[in-house]
Design a protein around this ligand. Sequence first.
Ligand SMILES: [Zn+2]
Length: 567
Amino acid sequence: MAHGRPDTVEAADLGYLRRLYADPSATHRARRLTAALLCAAVAVTIVLLAAAHSRRVTVNGQGVPMLGRLTVTDCARRLDVPLQPGDLVDVSGAVLQTGGGRPPVFRVNNALASADQRVHCGDIVEIAPAGDLTEPVQQTARFITPVAVTTKGPKPMPWLTETGVGGIKYVYRGEISGKVQAVQLAAVTPAHGGIAGRPKRVALTFDDGPSAHYTPQILKILAEHKARATFFVLGCWAAKYPQLVKDIVAGGNEVGCHTWSHPNCTNLSADALRGQVRRWEAVVNPLVGGQVRYFRPPYGAVNARVRQVVNGMGYSVVLWSGDTNDWRRPGSNAIYSRAMAAARDGANILMHDGGGPRDQTAAAVKRLVPDLQARGYQLVTLSELHGTAEPWAGEFIIHTETGDLKLTPGDKRLTVMINGRRAELPITPVEIEGQLLLPARPPLDMLGCTVRYDKSAQHLHIGAPTLSLEMDLNRSMMQLGSEEVWMAVPPVLYKGYSMVPLWILMDYCGADATYDPMTKTLYLSSKYGSSARPVRGSDRYSVALGRAPHINISEDTLWHEKLARTF
Ligand SMILES: [Zn+2]
């Protein structure tokens, strides 16, 4: 019986389910229930998500969930934003003051906020992190006066070099530390020539020539750059190429004795050595016009006996301070580099223009000469280097920005009379391009002008009766009142004196000028406030020099009128 009951129940349940699923309306109800449950779940999720989202703040663009109370500082910590103030550091990065740096800066919703300000859901928090603070930087500007080239000091003073162009030096310096952060140079043109005093000098010396092939090449390079050198020639070659020896001298170069036939002098008897030198002198002295000063022993081989013999014949023994070893033919680059490395003030650099193929030497010299000059060296002869000779008497070349001017010393017999009084000139007037230049003082003083000469800047200020002139020596532009005036012949620096063209004295400083060629007297008289007139003389100075003054002025018609004038 028990066995029959479960069957009944089972049959009843099955019947219910059969009925249920067989009934279409019941199936529909169940589906609706499931959909409703799903919708509710989605809605709850959305609500929960929305609630979670509103429990956040935005810190430096990132969302940070709000979990309880939150301050600005807490926000910063969540993002690992540094909050400890950095250090105050100098321009080199060294700490000046620990903790003296920049503190963090907080903003909440774009308003400055304190570190402990509370933030709320949805706030936008910005935190500028703490950091180091660099001390303030101060900029100072200093005018750099052109490099001065003075002609004072020990002889020789072979020529004047350009004075360079002034520039501005900016220095950036930490205000607290005083340390220099940066230096900037503006508009500075390096000048040839040494600083303060005379320029640095180097003597290039060439042995074993003259060579028909290489000596002319080297002479040409030297001449192109107005450089000079010393040639220790061999008597045997000088006899073969006498014209080359003359060419060497004509270029302002010096000739030295290197014996007749290049023996090792230490192996010679005193008489044999004397014979070598006498034979050399017989050929070379007439070519150079006299006794030469220096003797360089072949191979540098010298001993007491050699010195005694050649000193007794009037020579100084000269070796070298720098050896290029050019005779080994190491390549022109090596020769060039060795010579550049050996260059210093007073250096005497050994090379060879004869005795073998010297094309490498000539190629090196071609670069060497301008490059040494660009480094401020004057290339001089040994006599000039040792100060045992007057500078080459040939000429002075004044370098200006518009070109080289050849300066010739004027006639030493010229007398200058100013307002009836004889002017005691500290230096003979000079001539450039047909114009006479007088030392600025005393003539300008005597004409009633004020003269201020700034030696370091090589700037000349002339206060004339009706205007003032500002000019830099060796520079073709002058400031005349508010005008810039170009001069073909500028005032120049010559042997330490500022020399002013005569036409400036006449056109701007109120001088009347007449010249008496018979007595070689230049009469200057002041148009302003002086009764003194020229005593005699009829020829205008321009007549004596036969040229018009060089004045060439911009567009201003006033200056064209001046141009038309001659004196
Ligand atoms: Zn030699």
